[in-house]
Design a protein around this ligand. Structure first.
Ligand code: NDP
Length: 433
């Protein structure tokens, strides 16, 4: 707090994380002796840079670029790039911190990093986006590489942006497709990468419910977001027999008591590039409402927040309890505020924390790196099978930590402990790094 008083999102992520470690530290004083806690909350490197670019009116515009290389104890830095006007150092640091532990849970050899810019791709032409990406990469390329730091997409960075970023990287460094993940299939992308976070979220949810002798069949779901994570979560939830009642964007939400038609919503968003309100115009059972979906009273069993950080506050969490929600599993990063987490705890909600539940995307990104190294492309069935195994293994690690430290149903603490111990052990083994 003293060093970074204005970095509220980062401080929130650290404050959510550290208390869970108390039982581990009691049993393992070596972590305290080696001052692992202070080291683990300090990024190894923070890079901030100017991104000048020319808009369609030939005006020079300037944005701010970031890359936070948080922790490389268990592998090269790995984590997405976010292009959104809200991006600042506090947000990138919180995402990089979370990423370090999420990546640890995947069991794959990847460290943690995150980056992005306060550039808003929404109101830009294709040419503007390309010029921005080229300028961004001209600077970023100095700091990344297949064995050093491997960025991917996040909010505002999809296949198109990754293509432009990769094109510029290649002009400057030659064809090294292991430097970025989330690439198109024609140049080294992995099948199932677009689906991986949303599908993985549902595999995790299914494992969580199974541990309580429940399943997704017949569950009514309140879902937020209408981007990459949300739309594939919607698809997998529907295929596993649940009924998804809502989806949202930053302006409002759609409510369809008949269950949202995932194919139609994917077509509207991915192919026609429409707002979600277009869904309500096409489907007679659906309505579009302005405002936050978390303020709406909608009877449901399960919530899947898949939009952005801090989207569910204390009042939103109270509303979920009033709706009858018994399970919350996080698709977005840190979508629940500390007040919301308190409400879940008091109401005995079964909880899937983001760093465990949404790790499927980065896991398949790591599988994309493996395919690039092998110069092979795996079939979708193989990638999907590995994704399912990884999500189950993450869940098993959480349960193992919960049982070892007698944490009851505190699965968030279990995830933090399982993730931390691997990173901390690697740091201890590597000396004072
Ligand atoms: P997208 O950009 O594809 O979609 C984001 C969605 O969230 C859009 O529907 C957007 O609406 C909505 N949204 C964004 N900001 C806000 C806001 N302030 N209030 C309400 N709604 C908002 O991003 P992703 O689906 O990739 O990412 C969503 C979340 O999942 C993020 O937290 C991300 O970090 C996390 N995540 C993503 C992974 C991935 O593989 N993509 C992996 C792991 C985590 P609008 O169009 O109106 O802006």
């Amino acid at each position: 707090t003293q060093r970074d008083p204005d970095q509220s999102e980062f401080l929130e992520a650290v404050a959510n994380f550290l208390p869970a470690l108390v039982p581990v530290l009691k049993q393992h004083p070596e972590y305290i002796q080696a001052n692992i806690l202070e080291r683990v909350i300090e990024p190894e490197r923070v890079i901030q840079f100017r991104v000048p670019w020319l808009d369609d009116q030939n005006q020079v515009r300037v944005n701010r670029g970031f890359r936070v290389q948080f922790n490389s104890a268990i592998g090269p830095y790995k984590g997405g790039l976010r292009f959104h006007p809200s991006v600042n150092l506090a947000i990138i640091k919180f995402l990089g911190f979370e990423q370090t532990f999420k990546n640890s849970l995947t069991g794959l050899p990847i460290g943690g990093g995150k980056g992005g810019s306060d550039f808003d791709p929404k109101d830009k032409s294709d040419g503007e986006i390309m010029r921005f990406c080229q300028s961004f990469m001209t600077e970023l390329q100095k700091y990344i590489g297949p064995d050093l730091d491997v960025p991917a997409g996040d909010i505002g960075v999809g296949a198109r942006e990754i293509g432009y970023l990769f094109g510029q990287y290649k002009r400057l460094n030659g064809f090294q497709n292991g430097t970025l993940t989330g690439k198109g299939l024609a140049y080294g992308g992995s099948l199932m990468r677009p689906e991986a976070t949303g599908f993985g979220l549902l595999y995790y949810t299914a494992a969580l419910l199974k541990s309580q002798q429940q399943s997704l069949a017949g569950k009514r779901i309140k879902l937020s977001g209408a981007g990459n994570v949300a739309l594939y979560a919607l698809e997998k939830a529907t295929k596993l027999g649940a009924k998804v009642l809502t989806a949202s964007d930053s302006k409002g939400y759609i409510y369809d008591p008949a269950g949202i038609d995932f194919q139609l919503l994917q077509q509207l968003k991915f192919s026609e590039h429409q707002r979600i309100s277009a869904y309500a115009q096409r489907v007679s059972t659906a309505q579009y409402v302005s405002g936050s979906v978390w303020q709406a009273a909608i009877k449901s069993d399960l919530a899947l927040p898949c939009a952005t950080q801090n989207e569910i506050d204390g009042a939103g969490a109270q509303q979920l309890v009033a709706d009858g929600v018994k399970t919350v599993v996080e698709g977005a990063n840190m979508p629940s505020t500390p007040e919301a987490l308190k409400v879940y705890h008091q109401a005995g909600i079964l909880f899937g924390p983001a760093k465990a539940a949404n790790a499927g995307g980065v896991a398949v990104s790591a599988l994309e790196m493996s395919q690039n190294s092998q110069r092979l492309a795996w079939p979708a069935t193989k990638v999907d099978h590995q994704l399912q195994t990884i999500m189950q293994t993450i869940f098993n690690q959480v349960i193992h930590a919960v049982e070892t430290y007698d944490l009851g149903r505190d699965y968030a603490a279990g995830a933090n402990i399982a993730a931390f111990t691997k990173v901390a052990d690697a740091m201890l083994a590597q000396g004072i790094v």
